[in-house]
Design a protein around this ligand. Structure first.
Ligand SMILES: [Zn+2]
Ligand SMILES: [Zn+2]
Length: 245
């Protein structure tokens, strides 16, 4: 068992509103400075940049998980993580098809750039990644699990685009043993207002769109291996696995 300082919610240059400064080399340099040992790239509704960042992270001894931040039909942000990279990229095709055919407003959101590990621009994504996919929350969870992924509702304490903000409550189904929180949340105060959430596990992350956001939030995750499946076992506190924030 090993403990990892982890930031599992980071946006790349692909994300609308993301900074073009978030190139793989700049990101990895900053991650190393911060002594973060495990990262995930979670762009909005896409995994297209995961491979480029994975290559550079792994060359630098940083564990990497393929991820995405899905925006469901209810406008809920849902993090999805995958251990199997082929399945992850197959899921990406399904996710892309579930996104409406609306063009990105590059003047407002910035260019959505797909790159390779050498930071060459492979293509500029024209479809707006900032929209909701056609899947409901339940359908999104089902589709992710079909590709052996796991789901974590993102920033549940945020007023908008969070499961609690959009629905007003945490549904019994699907079951979410792990809940994402914003970088600055004081969990003790939050749990006093939401005693029903006591006993759940929480994942703090930076949700960085810019280099300067990195380091504002991370979690310490004790697992056998830095894998999504292990993260879920840690959420359930199995065999001394644990997540502390
Ligand atoms: Zn979000
Ligand atoms: Zn995000």
């Amino acid at each position: 068992m090993r403990s990892y300082k982890a930031d599992l919610h980071i946006h790349s240059v692909l994300s609308p509103c993301g900074g073009l400064e978030m190139s793989p080399s700049s990101l990895v340099r900053r991650i190393k400075e911060l002594n973060i040992e495990w990262i995930a790239i979670t762009d909005h509704n896409s995994l297209a940049n995961c491979q480029a960042y994975a290559e550079l992270a792994e060359q630098n001894g940083i564990a990497f998980t393929y991820g995405t931040e899905i925006q469901t039909a209810e406008e809920i942000h849902l993090l999805a993580y995958f251990d199997d990279r082929t399945r992850a990229m197959n899921f990406d095709k399904l996710l892309y098809a579930a996104l409406p055919e609306i063009e990105n407003d590059a003047d407002f959101f910035g260019d959505q750039v797909v790159i390779d590990a050498d930071e060459n621009i492979v293509r500029v994504e024209q479809k707006a990644l900032s929209n909701s996919v056609i899947w409901s929350l339940e359908e999104a969870v089902e589709n992710v699990s079909t590709y052996a992924g796991i789901c974590v509702p993102a920033h549940i304490d945020a007023a908008v685009n969070s499961i609690l903000g959009q629905l007003g409550f945490l549904p019994d189904f699907p079951d979410f043993p792990l809940l994402g929180i914003t970088s600055g949340l004081i969990l003790e105060d939050y749990l006093r207002q939401h005693p029903d959430l006591t006993g759940r596990s929480f994942l703090r992350a930076s949700d960085a769109h810019y280099l300067s956001d990195l380091g504002c939030g991370s979690s310490r995750i004790t697992v056998r291996e830095p894998k999504a499946a292990e993260l879920m076992m840690a959420a359930r506190k199995q065999d001394n696995r644990i997540i502390t924030i």
